[in-house]
Design a protein. Structure first.
Length: 343
């Protein structure tokens, strides 16, 4: 047997020993004698210390990914491969955390750091208040980010994953039957193959509007945490889901509103002033506050250009007979004075 093969096997053996020591030291039965044995092993060879440090680093990586579905599948596969040798060890690794420590670092050692780097390579994109941005994704899909939005993008060989952390985004998905396109937001997952859809988080509500194709919305069932509420949303349909809802309701998508914001406009169709102001506030650093409850219930219809706050305020004054007072970045909208009756 040539020297390179022997050295390779030796390195593998050291890595396996390091992973086992890492798991042993995390076990409840770890005592002073075991710690002394570990210190002896560590000093036997400089490669031991290096391998153990790698274990610690890899564990930190996998600990952040313990709920990742692909990681879990790889751990199952690793356990099947390692099980014969694992059973012969004297240490008990029945504790799930100890087994995960051993299997995770061994799995990553076996398939290399490329795997871990791939799973950790998550790119983030964001917009400021009032800003919009078109993001080109690696597979040819696009994500149009609305105001004050943050997404993280992670592509692997099996899945295309987007996390909408806040805000709103419109996705035009390139079809790939081998890699589903998933957007996770507010505890739910929107899954698609090739389609166009909009996802928004507003306060505690998740809104999904489909412009083309079909998507699947998976949300947690508050009555049974082991089950999901699965809703199919087709072209022209939408779902507004609040965490804790026991069911979802499919309704008509507000595609005109979605098309408007992509061209830097805001579209209102008989919205209450309260809703209209809340929507407009998303795009500005100032804050508009309506201080009259009756005025809040008035309806407003129209298309307003983003960045033209003065026109929006003027429209409120004229259409709703509102009175506006400004103080720095605070804009107060109140009921106007009653107009004198015509004689």
């Amino acid at each position: 047997m040539n020297q390179s093969v022997t050295e390779k096997k030796t390195r593998r053996a050291i890595k396996a020993e390091a992973a086992l020591w890492f798991a042993k030291l995390r076990a409840p039965e770890c005592d002073a004698e075991l710690q002394l044995d570990f210190d002896t092993w560590l000093k036997e060879n400089p490669a031991h210390e290096l391998a153990y440090e790698q274990c610690c680093t890899l564990w930190l990586m996998t600990n952040n990914l313990r709920d990742d579905e692909d990681i879990q599948r790889e751990l199952v596969s690793a356990r099947q491969e390692l099980e014969p040798g694992y059973r012969q060890r004297s240490i008990r690794l029945n504790n799930p955390g100890n087994w995960l420590a051993y299997a995770a670092v061994m799995m990553l050692f076996c398939i290399g750091f490329i795997f871990s780097i791939n799973y950790l390579s998550e790119e983030e994109f964001s917009t400021r208040v009032g800003e919009q941005r078109l993001v080109q994704l690696p597979d040819g899909s696009t994500a149009m980010l609305n105001t004050d939005t943050v997404i993280s993008v992670h592509y692997s060989g099996k899945k295309r994953r987007i996390r909408l952390r806040q805000g709103e985004a419109y996705f035009d998905v390139h079809k790939d039957n081998q890699r589903p396109f998933e957007v996770s937001a507010a505890g739910s997952v929107v899954r698609a193959l090739g389609t166009e859809f909009n996802v928004a988080i507003r306060e505690q509500t998740l809104s999904v509007d489909v412009a083309d194709g079909v998507v699947e919305l998976r949300s947690k069932n508050p009555l049974n945490t082991d089950q999901s509420i699965i809703t199919e949303i087709r072209e022209g349909e939408a779902v507004n889901y609040k965490k804790g809802d026991e069911a979802t309701k499919v309704e008509a998508a507000r595609l005109a509103r979605i098309s408007a914001w992509q061209t830097r406009k805001i579209y209102f169709d008989a919205d209450t002033l309260a809703d209209a102001v809340a929507e407009y506030n998303r795009y500005i650093t100032e804050k508009i506050t309506v201080v009259d409850n009756e005025l809040n219930q008035q309806r407003i219809t129209g298309i307003f250009h983003l960045g033209d706050l003065d026109t929006f305020i003027f429209s409120l004054e004229q259409a709703l007979n509102a009175r506006v007072e400004r103080s720095g970045k605070n804009i107060l909208v109140m009921k106007g004075l009653d107009l004198p009756a015509e004689s």
